[in-house]
Design a protein around this ligand. Structure first.
Ligand SMILES: O=C(O)C1=C[C@@H](OP(=O)(O)O)[C@@H](O)[C@H](O)C1
Ligand SMILES: C=C(OP(=O)(O)O)C(=O)O
Length: 445
């Protein structure tokens, strides 16, 4: 499942204003969950608008390896025939998770309460990421885990059957950890509770309820309390996946920074637990209009019209961090073109993504003439006041799709060409990104 092992360099083809309409691919978080829950329902589920990126395909391959039938029809609709909660089969081979943290951590949860053993492997980026945040609660539920030093991949989970329900307060604001525990809870007798002091994306809760699981969410003194009754029976569903706000982020920033741009980004998911970048960009003065607000697949969605605007630096509110955690690289690019400085702190989680996104973005921006200051928990970026940045540098993407796409956007308003050392990782979340860039910049053949 890992993308091509030979790097694919890319030189951003000079300044271009962006104009036109674009439809972003399906939401990655919702796509993963739609495959996993469909694979645990008995009967046929259908998923429309699934993100067909490498990360989601890794989840599909793993669910097949554990017994589900998953097919893509010629109509683009995915049909999934599930095995039922408790019915996952022992995979014959290690599950190759490629570059995908979400696949790994959520599937570890599923395996943890089934009578099976699975080994998880991944690429160099994923193998460097911390897994203890998930193994700790799963071990409390009874799973046995053998991991590489530092609780990293390759890692083996031997499920407990029956697993034991726990009350678990998240020590880190992570939807992946929350979801791992909730997915393990599905095949665990009794009620499992997750206490979430800081709200994170709530797609698991929404979708579990949609599939018929008994789930309640209450506000307690220590935060949101999500209670799930185990040994659930999931009913097959028809799911429409809304567009990914994390993918829309690149066009929101690109249209904001390149003079003359005017873009409509269609079908963008605006779940409040995901929409932090829209808030931050508006605070900076971005011109973003929501058109045709509607509900798709139980999630709020709108088309976003974004026009070039003069941006001003801000202090990014800490409490926005969980709702824009994957969008910081794009936000740092917006900051590089703002008037004055932008200070983003309270985002130490960025250090354990596909790359250390604080260090990687600092190096990438500095290599292209942008002044920054690195903090343990964030970055300060000094903006150009709307002028082109110097450019001319090469970006080390570190197997991180979001670094590649963010710095491609920066290259759209630079005096000298920006080179990205490897754009292959973009296929993990946004296979059509470079094609759509050609369309929006009027360079399509
Ligand atoms: O649950 C999810 O689908 C995700 C949660 C976030 O990770 P954390 O849980 O580590 O914050 C995010 O960065 C990732 O891209 C997707
Ligand atoms: C952090 C990300 O994904 P994952 O954790 O699934 O690798 C991301 O897509 O930015």
């Amino acid at each position: 499942m890992a993308h091509s092992s030979s790097p694919t360099p890319f030189t951003v083809p000079g300044p271009a204003r962006l104009a036109g309409r674009i439809r972003v691919p399906g939401d990655k978080s919702i796509s993963h969950r739609s495959l996993m829950l469909s694979a645990l329902a008995v009967g046929e589920s259908r998923v429309e608008g699934l993100l067909e990126g490498e990360d989601v395909l890794a989840t599909a391959a793993a669910m097949r390896a554990m017994g589900a039938t998953i097919e893509r029809g010629d109509d683009g609709i995915w049909r999934i025939y599930g095995v039922g909660v408790g019915g996952l089969l022992q995979p014959c081979q290690a599950l190759d998770m490629g570059n995908s943290g979400t696949s790994t951590r959520l599937l570890m949860g599923l395996v943890a309460s089934h009578p099976i053993t699975a080994t998880f492997t991944g690429d160099a980026s994923l193998s460097a990421r911390p897994m203890a945040r998930v193994t700790v609660p799963l071990a409390q539920m009874g799973a046995s885990i053998e991991a590489s030093p530092g609780t990293r991949l390759p890692l083996m989970v031997r499920g407990a059957c029956p697993a034991v329900p726990i009350d678990y307060e998240l020590p880190v604001a992570s939807a992946q950890v929350k979801s791992a525990v909730l997915l393990a809870a599905l095949n665990t007798p009794g009620i499992t509770r997750v206490i979430e002091p800081v709200p994170t994306r709530d797609h698991s809760e929404r979708m579990l309820a949609g599939f018929g699981a008994q789930l309640t969410v209450e506000q307690g003194p220590r935060g949101r309390v999500i209670s799930l009754t185990g040994e659930a029976e999931l009913k097959p569903q028809s799911i429409v996946v809304p567009g990914d706000p994390s993918s829309a982020a690149f066009w929101m920033v690109a249209a904001s920074i390149v003079p003359g741009s005017d873009v409509v980004i269609e079908n963008v998911g605006l779940n409040p637990t995901r929409a932090g970048l829209v808030t931050a960009l508006r605070m900076m003065g971005a011109d973003i209009t929501e058109l045709d607000a509607r509900v798709v697949g139980g999630e709020p969605v709108a088309d976003l019209r974004v026009r070039h605007a003069t941006l001003a630096g801000i202090v990014v509110p800490h409490d926005l961090a969980p709702s824009m955690i994957d969008e910081y690289p794009a936000l740092f690019v917006a900051a590089a073109f703002a008037e004055g400085k932008t200070v983003a702190r309270g985002a130490e989680e960025l250090r354990v993504k596909e790359s250390d996104r604080i260090a990687a973005m600092r190096a990438a921006l500095e290599a292209n003439g942008v002044t920054t200051e690195e903090h343990e928990d964030g970055l300060t970026v000094h903006g150009s006041g709307g002028e082109k940045i110097a450019g001319g540098g090469t970006v080390a993407t570190k197997l991180d799709h979001r670094i590649a796409m963010s710095m491609t956007v920066a290259g759209l308003h630079a005096r000298n060409a920006v080179t990205i050392d490897d754009i292959a990782p973009v296929a993990t979340s946004y296979p059509a990104f470079y094609q759509q860039l050609e369309t929006l910049s009027g360079r399509a053949a």
